[in-house]
Design a protein around this ligand. Structure first.
Ligand code: PLP
Length: 339
C-alpha cells in the first residue's frame, strides 16, 4: 500500500480536553469545526462525548449533520456563522443553536424559528464576526442560551488587545442573565478572568500551540516507495531544485501537496527515520516527496512527518504557516485509524 498512514490518538485528545477543562475550572466545551480540525469530526466528537463534553461548536450548519448523527439528540451544537438565509430547516431538523451575528440575523431567526434556541455573538474588537457595541441592546439577548465573543490576540498573552476586549465584553454583557463565553484555547490559558461560564478550546485539543502542554494527537507516517543513489552534480525533482556535491541517497516518499503537505515546505521540512532527522530534498510534488537519507545506515519502510519527533507547529514553522493550517489541510488519501 502506497498511502500514508494518519493515526489519531484519541486518548491524547481526551487528556488534552481534560487538561483544558481543568484549566477552565470545569467549563470547557469543544470546537470541532472544519471536520474536527481535519481529523474527522465523527471520531473526535464521539471520543470527547465519552469524556463528558456536552457542548460543541461548528463553523457552518452543514458541518453539524455528521456530528448530530454521531452524538445523538442531547449535546448542544452551536453554529458560529449564525442563522443564514435558508438555514431554518437544518437548524430545526438537527436542533442546532445558531450564534446570531447581526440584528438582521436576529430578525431572521425570530421570524423563521420563533421558539428555537439561539445564542448571540458579539464583536469586541476583532472586527470579524458579531454584533458591535453600537448596534447591541440588552433585549437582543433575551432568551439567548449563550452570549459569546472571540479574542484576536489570545496567543500573545501580553498583547493589550486581550485586556481591551475583556473590558469591552464585560461592559457589553454587564447585567445580562445569560451564560457568557470569551475564551478559545489561547484565552483559556490567559487565566480565570477570561473563562466566564464556558470556554471553547479547539486547537489545544488537537495538540497545537499555544497549548504547550498538549499531548501530540497526530502521527503521520509515509511509505518509502523507492530509494536511489545520486551522484555529485545530479539534481533531484521539479525544477532540478536540489543538487549534491557528494554521493547522496534519496528516498522517494508517497505523499505530496495533494495530501496537504503544502509546497511551501519544499527544501525546508524534515522527516524522521525513528529519531534521525532527514531533510526534504527539493520541491514537494503533488503525490511525492524526495528526502535526503544519505546519512542513514539503512532506509526504513516509512518515514514520519508528524509525531512525537515533530509537532504540527514545528512542521508549520518550516512551511511559514501555523499548526491550524497543517491540520486542516491533511488530505483525504491517508489511511486513517484511531490509536
Ligand atoms: C475556531 C474558534 C474557536 C477555537 O479556537 P482555537 O484557537 O482553535 O482554540 C473558538 N471560538 C471561535 C469563535 C472560533 O472561530
Amino acid at each position: 500500500m502506497a498511502t500514508g498512514h494518519l493515526s489519531i490518538d484519541l486518548s491524547a485528545l481526551a487528556d488534552n480536553w481534560q487538561a483544558l477543562n481543568r484549566l477552565s475550572g470545569g467549563k470547557a466545551a469543544a470546537v470541532v469545526k472544519a471536520n474536527g480540525y481535519g481529523l474527522g469530526a465523527g471520531r473526535i466528537a464521539k471520543a470527547l462525548a465519552a469524556e463528558g463534553v456536552s457542548e460543541f461548536f461548528v463553523a457552518v450548519a452543514e458541518e453539524a449533520t455528521a456530528l448530530r448523527a454521531t452524538l445523538g439528540p442531547d449535546p448542544v451544537i452551536n453554529v458560529f456563522s449564525g442563522h443564514m438565509a435558508g438555514d431554518g430547516q437544518i437548524i430545526a431538523d438537527l436542533n442546532l443553536t445558531p450564534l446570531l451575528n447581526s440584528p438582521e440575523q436576529i430578525a431572521r431567526h425570530k421570524a423563521t424559528l420563533p421558539d428555537h434556541p439561539f445564542g448571540i455573538q458579539l464583536d469586541t474588537g476583532m472586527n470579524r464576526l458579531g454584533i458591535e457595541a453600537a448596534d447591541f441592546t440588552a433585549d437582543m439577548a433575551d432568551g439567548a442560551t449563550l452570549v459569546m465573543s472571540h479574542l484576536a490576540c489570545a496567543d500573545e498573552p501580553d498583547h493589550p488587545a486581550n485586556d481591551a476586549q475583556l473590558k469591552t465584553f464585560q461592559n457589553m454583557t454587564a447585567g445580562l442573565n445569560t451564560r457568557r463565553s470569551l475564551a478559545a484555547t489561547g484565552g483559556t490559558l490567559l487565566g480565570k478572568d477570561y473563562h466566564f461560564d464556558l470556554t471553547r478550546p479547539g486547537i489545544g485539543l488537537y495538540g497545537g500551540a499555544p497549548f504547550d502542554a498538549a499531548k501530540p494527537v497526530v502521527t503521520l507516517t509515509l511509505p518509502v516507495i523507492q530509494t536511489r543513489d545520486v551522484a555529485p552534480g545530479e539534481t533531484v525533482g521539479y525544477g532540478c531544485g536540489w543538487t549534491t556535491s557528494t554521493p547522496a541517497k534519496i528516498a522517494t516518499v508517497s505523499a505530496g501537496y495533494a495530501d496537504g503537505l503544502i509546497r511551501a515546505m519544499s527544501d525546508k521540512a524534515t522527516l524522521f527515520a525513528g529519531d534521525t532527522p532527514c531533510p526534504l530534498a527539493g520541491r514537494v510534488s503533488m503525490d511525492l516527496l524526495t528526502v535526503d537519507v544519505s546519512h542513514l545506515e539503512s532506509v526504513p519502510d516509512s518515514l514520519t512527518l508528524l509525531g512525537p519527533q515533530q509537532s504540527v507547529d514545528t512542521l508549520a514553522e518550516a512551511a511559514g504557516t501555523i499548526g491550524y493550517e497543517i491540520l486542516t489541510s491533511l488530505g483525504g488519501r491517508y489511511a486513517r485509524s484511531n490509536a
